[in-house]
Write a protein that binds this ligand. Structure first.
Ligand SMILES: Cc1ncc(COP(=O)(O)O)c(C=O)c1O
Length: 392
């Protein structure tokens, strides 16, 4: 069959199943009313961060010219990794060009049975984990043992079923769920993991910069079980620079020895050109700034709390949200697209999130709050939402 015809037929089916996705322009001058961006701390436009990116690019070049194992290991990478390790209270860190790449290849390397003396690990995953975490499991060829979303009792039950097994156990979760907007009960998870001597792999994409002590992520909190897992080298934290950090790229913070393993065996690191020095300079500056933004974080969390109450009053369901990500769960794909379009007409940009990204019949308009949203923006949003309820 011809590729164009095959693509056309597949797209027609996708359009029927969940609606075809199209690329729309995102004009910069409409950012004020934008609830679709993950620039939670509005750092992507900050002058000192842009400047630091330019300075680093001027010194090292626009591109890294090769994989870190070939020509690309500029000293700015090593400096940033030391900074991240300190930021995350970890022994070491490794930088990647994107969060998807870090998960797909970094987690796959952790799950690779050759790491575990040819024994396939038992992998316990939250049902609502991000696509990149699923992709890693597929790449490693492991079967996922899925626990109900954020249900630590279920996780403990599943682990107990395998208590006699000598297979390594690995638990994989996000710390702030990007589509639900809820927090992982991290202390409980750490206690359960410690009991079973499991390795923990956490994705802090939506937590980095916004949650945890000084925005260092939930994985940076002090807790005896976390300290013990760290001492065992069983605490592996991934996070991105593409969301609250305002740039792009990602890190894995872990033990020094696991970092050395990744340098040797993680395909997304070995066989990929290192990130641009512009990114490294900008990220380094952003990580310097983030711990000082406690006031901004408190305002963001308060704004989310207030918005949740207000939209509940109008009759919207915000699901499990208890963070700066507030989904308006409307159920059907049609209602979701209608609400997004209604808000767009009122000048407010949002994301329509539909299955398979979220569970069936749980389509939602996702509101991602940021520190640049002024009270007038929330008023305009609430007004538009109230109007939609009247019409719907
Ligand atoms: C939970 C989670 N992990 C990983 C990623 C991928 O990160 P990046 O956009 O930097 O590739 C995302 C991005 O949407 C995400 O939401």
């Amino acid at each position: 069959m011809n590729l164009s015809i095959a693509s056309q037929q597949r797209l027609a089916l996708l359009a029927q199943e969940s609606g075809k996705r199209v690329l729309l322009p995102c004009p910069l001058n409409q950012r004020t009313f934008d609830f679709s961006s993950n620039d939670y701390l509005c750092l992507s436009q900050r002058g000192d961060i842009l400047e630091a990116g330019h300075e680093c690019a001027k010194q090292y070049g626009a591109g890294a010219t090769g994989s870190r194992l070939l020509s690309g290991n500029l000293d700015c990478f090593e400096a940033l990794e030391a900074q991240i390790a300190q930021f995350k209270n970890a022994e070491a860190a490794l930088v990647f060009s994107s969060g998807y790449q870090a998960n797909a290849s970094g987690l796959a390397a952790l799950l690779d049975k050759s790491l575990w003396g040819s024994t396939e690990p038992l992998v316990f995953t939250d049902r609502l984990n991000h696509a990149s975490l699923h992709h890693a499991c597929q790449l490693a060829g492991v079967k996922q043992i899925r626990f109900r979303h954020n249900d630590m009792t279920h996780l403990a039950e599943l682990l107990s079923k395998h208590i006699e097994s000598t297979q390594p156990k690995i638990i994989v979760s996000e710390t702030v769920f990007g589509m639900e907007g809820d927090l992982l009960p991290i202390e409980q998870l750490a206690e359960i993991a410690l009991q079973h001597k499991a390795v923990v792999y956490l994705d802090e994409a939506h937590a980095t910069g916004v949650w945890g002590p000084e925005g260092r992520g939930l994985g940076a909190i002090q807790h005896p079980a976390i300290d013990s897992l760290k001492a065992m080298g069983h605490w592996v934290i991934m996070g991105t620079f593409s969301k609250a950090v305002g740039v792009s790229g990602a890190y894995i913070a872990c033990s020094e020895i696991f970092k050395q393993y990744l340098v040797n065996r993680c395909t997304g690191f070995v066989y990929s050109t290192a990130p641009s020095p512009f990114v490294i300079g900008a990220v380094s500056k952003a990580l310097e700034i983030i711990p000082g933004l406690n006031k901004e974080r408190a305002m963001l969390h308060q704004a989310a709390e207030t918005l949740r109450q207000q939209v509940h009053d109008i009759g919207f369901d915000t699901g499990l949200s208890n963070t700066h990500i507030v989904p308006l769960v409307v159920g059907s794909n049609t209602a979701c697209l209608e609400l997004k379009s209604h808000l767009q007409q009122a000048g407010i940009r949002t994301s329509a999130v539909r299955p398979p990204t979220v569970p069936p019949n749980a389509a939602r308009v996702r509101l991602a709050l940021n520190t640049g949203h002024a009270p007038a923006v929330y008023e305009q949003l609430l007004h538009a939402l109230a109007n939609w309820k009247v019409v719907a």
